[in-house]
Design a protein around this ligand. Structure first.
Ligand code: C2O
Length: 446
């Protein structure tokens, strides 16, 4: 019934359901797995861990795919991770002895479910059997009571974006990067998929992408962007003898029809009538005299300033639009690989009152000396502010100066005594206008 409904709403004329008509994978909330399914999950993870690292279906090989190939650039990180999960899920389910129906997700986007999933914490289960879902190090998860801070897992700010770029950038910052940093340990490295919690984390991220589309109002995938639609990535397919197969981004935009999986609560789509797209409002603005900032456990107050001519250009450009804006703060990473704690970014007014703008959570920075991964893994980190926060930031900087404060969110954080801070410089800000476009991506008159 649901399939028919989705097919009617979407009109799948050009994306037929998979011919093998296999039963769709069913992705459930981790807390609603029954005991058979949970055992299937444990068995499957244990089976994958038992395979030699050279086997593409092994736990280690799958994590290495992330380490060497993962794409965290703003346009591609959502489709890349969707494909990654899709191929992983089929291995997982096939190793579960028929007990598991699909990859489960951790529903931390609900304020009542921010506590670490109970089945992933204890070192053993049943009659002292080692728990395959346990992992160490998870620096901050030192008891089953560990919980995330809903202030940074609330998908509200990301959902307020109308353009895919704004949504993708905001969601990557929080909850995505926030969750990696809050758990810490293996989760702040590109080996993070070694920790079984990674997969339940990315499963909810994938679901949030679906839920964002269902909010409507012109929220839509950038199907007008042919480079995006045609971008190809390769993975090992268990059903093709574990050989490398490729998919284009356009092949993974409709989970049920194209990939044969669905979330257990149906997500109803509204076909888009219009699209929103990012346009650079003016060239990036450099901050004057950027300083090297040691991001660790200590708050950092940061006065920022822009040139009078840049300010004039900014105010003129802003006066020409009433569209939603995203501001993107650009940091240059000088040393370190990840943040020891997530950081709340505030604007501070003249009276000293703080307004939260975003969560800064940087992880998985590649070696600054190796040129091998420059590009999406370069030493530039971009923080996308959601539209409301972007407006607040622009209000702060209206006279050319603003006071920012970077305050570590120490909720649940265990201090690691000899940890090096992450040294970064706040270099510039880009101001992006979200404007309505037609289905070819052409800007509509307003
Ligand atoms: Cu490719 Cu959440 O990481």
């Amino acid at each position: 019934m649901f399939v028919v409904l989705v097919a009617l709403v979407f009109g799948f004329a050009d994306s037929p359901a998979p011919s093998n008509a296999a039963v769709p994978m069913l992705r459930k909330n981790i807390k609603s797995l029954n005991s058979t399914e949970l055992q299937g999950l444990r068995d499957a993870v244990a089976a994958m861990k038992a395979l030699p690292a050279s086997d593409p279906c092994s736990w280690t090989f799958q994590a290495n795919i992330h380490n060497t190939q993962c794409n965290h650039s703003v346009p591609y990180w959502l489709p890349w991770h969707r494909m990654y999960l899709y191929y992983f899920e089929r291995i997982l389910v096939s190793k579960s002895g028929g007990k598991l129906k699909g990859l489960p997700y951790w529903g931390y986007d609900n304020s009542a479910e921010t506590t670490f999933p109970t089945s992933f914490y204890p070192t053993t289960y049943g009659a002292s059997i080692p728990n395959p879902l346990y992992h160490t190090p998870r620096t901050n998860v030192t008891s089953p009571a560990f919980s995330l801070n809903f202030a940074s897992t609330d998908p509200g700010p990301a959902n307020s974006n109308l353009s895919f770029s704004g949504f993708s950038g905001s969601l990557q910052g929080a909850p995505h990067n926030y969750v990696h940093v809050a758990i810490n340990g293996t989760m702040v490295t590109f080996q993070s998929p070694l920790d079984p919690i990674f997969w339940t984390h990315h499963c909810v991220i994938d679901r949030l992408w679906e839920k964002w589309l269902a909010l409507g109002g012109g929220r839509a995938n950038p199907t007008f962007d042919t480079a995006w639609m045609n971008q190809t990535f390769s993975f090992h397919d268990i059903d093709a003898g574990c050989k490398l197969v490729s998919k284009r981004v356009q092949d993974v935009l409709n989970p049920l029809a194209q990939l044969n999986y669905q979330y257990v609560e149906p997500i109803i789509f509204i076909p888009p009538q219009k699209w929103w797209r990012w346009f650079e409002l003016l060239p990036p603005i450099k901050f004057r005299i950027p300083k090297d900032l040691p991001f660790g456990y200590v708050p950092i107050p940061l006065p920022v300033e822009i040139d009078p001519q840049d300010l004039k250009n900014l105010l003129t450009a802003l006066s020409r639009t009433r569209n939603p804006i995203n501001t993107v703060l650009r940091f240059h990473v000088l040393s370190g690989r990840s943040l020891p704690a997530p950081i709340d970014v505030f604007g501070v007014n003249l009276l000293g009152l703080r307004t939260k703008l975003a969560t800064l959570a940087v992880f998985g920075i590649r070696s600054q000396l190796s040129g091998a991964h420059v590009g999406e893994h370069s030493n530039t980190y971009e923080l996308t502010l959601a539209p409301g926060a972007s407006r607040r930031f622009l209000d702060f900087i209206r006279n050319g100066k603003a006071n920012l404060a970077f305050v570590p969110d120490m909720k649940g954080i265990r201090i690691q005594p000899n940890l090096q801070p992450l040294i970064m410089r706040l270099e510039s800000v880009s101001v992006m206008e979200n404007a309505p476009v037609d289905k070819t991506g052409k800007r509509l008159a307003q």
